[in-house]
Design a protein around this ligand. Structure first.
Ligand code: NAD
Length: 367
């Protein structure tokens, strides 16, 4: 049997620093758990532009289409701000998402007990929180036609169109049900079926797809009520599926329930490949943080948690993903803190690599 394959694209700024810690974890799984990955590494973003004059070389794009999963650090930096739009670092990331047709964006909101004080909500509301927002990423109001600013009589009118086909709704719904099957078997679908026809269709199609997943308990909620419930008592949810616009808002809201940007992973999934695995790109939510790049200050946990998501959702290694998350929980409970996690209660300051080494030690202790 061939080893699962991973393409690593560290990118710019703190990307290579946090990815170096992920490489240690990948090596640990190979050495200690017999989980060996075929890892290749390439350029994306500003560093790719510096070398090739494009933020994503065609060869890199082709590799991304072939591997079982892509793991990306971050792209961008002030030195690229004045480049032409077509070669800006972000275009590399957008090309990956578009050509891999990654329509299902997974944004977990997970609160480690040791960091519950970082939330703006009361500790008991967020401690132990572990929910997943699935946002449709390639259609809806951000893409629908007609769009533009037009002249109507004496004034201008701005138009965007919310448009969803049945198949677009069904595929993201299936992706959310598949996730729910790997988690708590509870799915809440959010739309505005009370005022939007696209919401009515969304609700109907999600309900039809639910027949393929009799074990998953499905509920529906209007997205505005969903926002209220997410801040009132987020632990009532397991997986939430919603459209591009509502997902944009709700996933940011949910992510911030848990505190620091340095802790937030994400995944974007596409259609299943021949081997049954979905096309997949895993990346931290944060950017390249040029203000702290090269100083050993970056928190590598968001990137490491992105790898944990890859273990769970691309490689069916849910137990190993849980082992890695538990190792992170342990290190945080022991008081180790990168600069971004240093709250009023203090802690033991660690560098980027110090945090990675501590997580490896906790993994060793888990055996
Ligand atoms: P950013 O996420 O890079 O940084 C925002 C703030 O959070 C900064 O103060 C930074 O130091 C801090 N921060 C971010 N990640 C951290 C980590 N892992 N550990 C500790 N602190 C962390 O957002 P920005 O400053 O708005 O953007 C900087 C560059 O990154 C820009 O070029 C932007 O275009 C790019 N960007 C890229 C992505 C991506 O690659 N997906 C996402 C957002 C921004």
């Amino acid at each position: 049997m061939t080893n699962p394959s991973l393409l690593i694209l560290p990118g710019d700024g703190i990307g290579p620093e946090v990815m170096a810690e992920v490489r240690k974890i990948i090596d640990w799984y190979g050495a200690k758990r017999g989980l060996v990955f075929d890892v290749s590494e390439d350029l994306v973003g500003g560093c790719a532009y510096d070398k090739h004059g494009t933020p994503l070389h065609d060869d890199t794009m082709a590799k991304a289409q072939e591997v079982d999963a892509v793991l990306l650090g971050a792209v961008g930096g002030p030195q690229y701000d004045n480049l032409d739009f077509s070669v800006k670092p972000e275009r590399g990331l957008l090309r990956l998402r578009k050509e891999m047709d990654l329509f299902s964006n997974l944004r977990p909101a997970q609160c480690f007990d040791a960091l519950a004080d970082f939330s703006s909500l009361k500790k008991d509301v967020v401690a132990g929180l572990d929910i997943m927002i699935v946002r449709e990423l390639t259609s809806g109001v951000y893409f629908g036609e007609p769009r533009g600013i037009f002249k109507e009589g004496n004034e201008r009118v701005g138009i965007n169109t919310q448009r969803y086909t049945e198949s677009e709704i069904a595929r993201v719904a299936r992706s959310a049900f598949d996730l729910a099957m790997k988690r708590g078997k509870k799915l809440c679908s959010m739309e505005k079926a009370n005022v939007m026809e696209s919401g009515i269709l969304w609700r109907e199609v999600v309900t039809e797809v639910s027949k393929e997943y009799p074990e998953v308990e499905l509920s529906h909620m209007y997205a505005d009520a969903g926002a209220m419930q997410l801040t009132r008592w987020p632990k009532q949810f397991d997986v939430i599926v919603t459209d591009n616009l509502f997902g944009d808002l709700l996933s940011d809201l949910a992510a911030m329930l848990t505190g620091s940007l340095g802790m937030l992973p994400s995944a974007s999934l596409g259609a299943p490949m021949a081997n049954g695995r979905p096309k997949a790109l895993y990346e931290p939510v944060h950017g390249s943080a040029p203000d702290i790049a090269g100083q050993g200050k970056a928190n590598p946990i968001a990137c490491i948690l992105s790898f944990a998501m890859a273990l769970r959702y691309s490689f069916d290694q849910g137990d190993e993903a849980a082992r890695l998350e538990a190792a992170i929980e342990k290190v945080l409970a022991d008081g180790l803190r990168t600069a971004d996690l240093m709250g009023p209660e203090g802690g033991t300051p660690v560098s980027t690599s110090g945090m990675g080494d501590a997580i490896i030690a906790a993994l060793d202790a888990s055996l």
